[in-house]
Unconditional design. Sequence first.
Length: 185
Amino acid sequence: MSLDIDFKQVRELGPALLEKLDVLRDAQPVYWSETQGAWLVTGHAEVGQGFRGDVPLTAGGRIQRVLNVVPESERHRIPHLLNLVPKFILNMDPPSLVRLRQLMIRAFSQKVAEAQRPYVKELVSATLARAATGEPVEFVDEVGRAIAGRVILRLLNMPEDCFPRLGGWSRSLSGGISRGGATLG
């Protein structure tokens, strides 16, 4: 049985995906996937090691490989994206990653999080009230993204009316990065 997993086949795999992940984790918790062109880190301890920078995986190298698939003839359309994406914290390696994570830990301290508690409770209550009416609630968009996005806007001292644009920017950026190019336009 091959250890490699094609995540484009998640729907077809169904519950068998979990079995494949279990086999992969037991056999090789840090695995280079040719299919994905990425490291698959499935072991709990190994994920922790990766976040600490102890596992020899480089985010910077990974994102550079993704950006390198953008044809030279198209690079003029997305120069800012090509310049900024490697500087996203998720795409950094130590020591820059460690320095920025320490700053973020201070910026999002327990005190800051607690200060947001009443606002988050208000957002969650409104979502639950809408769900109680029998209206369908799409969890990812209306709970996960909406609550997190609105809290982020509030932390950045941005007005609520920026929320629809925030979602659009996020989806465009994620879609562009996941395809190795940009869809911002």
